[in-house]
Write a protein that binds this ligand. Structure first.
Ligand code: ATP
Ligand code: MG
Ligand code: FE
Length: 356
């Protein structure tokens, strides 16, 4: 099964060809990602209107490059998949319309894919991870703990009640006048800082429910930055290090409880997996702490390779491969309209599908 995937939900224009060969092994034949960072940097964040326009301009070339790199033609793929949500509506329309047009012209199926499901199943593309597994999804728009029982079977155990973790990194960066995108720059600054200088809050730590809250942390960062202004390089590094430490400890507390809950639910699984996915999964400090926690609890941590943490189309093509192979593809897909909001626990697969 071989699929062309398209991703345009935010500020990356991406296309990829992924297949599951006769040997059952997944293979990424190509993965082209064109980032719009430069278009948005001057504004300190993604501007939806600019993003949509940039997708329109770039998508043709990106798809062509992905096919060329893979060495296949459109006749040699089984289906066309595109991110149909969640994300910025302009970008979603560009990607979905393009995928539907190609699908119609080539008489192949079109598969509308949930972007979060792409992040969620990347681990099955790159590593051998069986269902069920525990998923920590930490991205620009989401912070969730999910029990992944099977393809299309996502049960949300916890979520953020305010900001997403990636958003907290980005806002902290902005407060400190670090360049966009914030996450990598906060991590870089933190490496030179003292994580003990500021006692930032560990929101919801110790609570039984598995939710997150990061807006109080953001407020504490703002207060520290305001009190110290003008900030020296060392002040900035110390704030970043203290922020990252607070975030890591908060995640660790919530995840530890989730690992225990997973073990209680699945005592039969000898080697359970924790998968971390989404852009924030690129953070080394967070990876290191999750890895330590997993060892302590008898879990194996699976984190995607760096280039598959952020947005890409290989993850979208891969979900389509999984759905096709399982016979779970959306039946009436040409009528499927993009969904700016589309929770993973109401994903496309019929089992949990909306009203089907
Ligand atoms: P979603 O997937 O929720 O729809 P998104 O697609 O915009 O949102 P991703 O592309 O998955 O999000 O991730 C981008 C986020 O990851 C940004 O908020 C960015 O700051 C953050 N990020 C990237 N690298 C790092 C890092 N090294 N440390 C912390 N955060 C990071
Ligand atoms: Mg992005
Ligand atoms: Fe994403």
């Amino acid at each position: 099964t071989r699929v062309l995937g398209i991703e345009t939900s935010c500020d990356e224009t991406a296309a990829s060809v992924v297949e599951r060969g006769a040997d059952g092994q997944p293979r990424i034949l190509s993965s082209v990602v064109l980032s719009q960072i430069e278009e948005h940097a001057a504004f300190g964040g993604v501007v939806p209107e600019i993003a949509a326009r940039a997708h329109v301009e770039a998508l043709d070339g990106v798809i062509e490059a992905a096919l060329m790199e893979a060495g296949v033609t459109l006749d040699e793929v089984d289906a066309i998949a595109a991110t149909a949500g969640p994300g910025l509506i302009g970008g979603l329309i560009v990607g979905v319309t393009m995928a539907k047009a190609i699908a119609a012209a080539k008489n192949k199926p079109f598969l509308p894919i949930n972007h979060l499901e792409g992040h969620a199943l990347t681990a099955r593309l790159t590593d051998h991870v069986d269902f069920p597994f525990l998923l920590l999804l930490v991205s620009g728009g989401h912070t969730q703990i999910l029990h992944v029982a099977g393809l299309g079977k996502y049960e949300r155990w916890g979520t953020t009640i305010d900001d997403a973790l990636g958003e907290a990194f980005d806002k902290t960066a902005k407060l400190l006048s670090l360049p966009y995108p914030g996450g990598p720059n906060v991590e870089k600054a933190a490496a030179q800082g003292d994580p003990k200088r500021f006692a930032f809050p560990r929101p919801m730590k110790g609570e039984a429910r598995l939710d997150f809250s990061f807006s109080g942390l953001k407020t504490a960062v703002r207060r520290a930055a305001t009190e110290l202004a003008p900030l020296s390089q060392q002040d900035i590094a110390d704030i970043c290090a203290s922020f990252q430490k607070a975030v890591t400890e908060t995640l660790s507390d919530r995840v530890a409880r989730s690992l225990e809950r997973f073990q209680t639910l699945h005592p039969e699984i000898a080697e359970p997996h924790l998968v971390v996915a989404g852009g924030v999964a690129a953070n080394q400090a967070i990876r290191t702490e999750l890895d330590r926690l997993c060892r302590e609890h008898g879990f194996t941590l699976i984190a995607p390779p760096m280039k598959l943490c952020g947005d890409n189309a290989a993850m979208i093509a891969w979900v389509a491969v999984e759905q096709l192979d399982a016979g779970l593809a959306e039946p009436d897909s040409m009528a499927f309209a993009p969904r700016p909001r589309w929770p993973l626990d109401q994903s496309s697969a019929p089992v949990f599908g909306a009203g089907k």
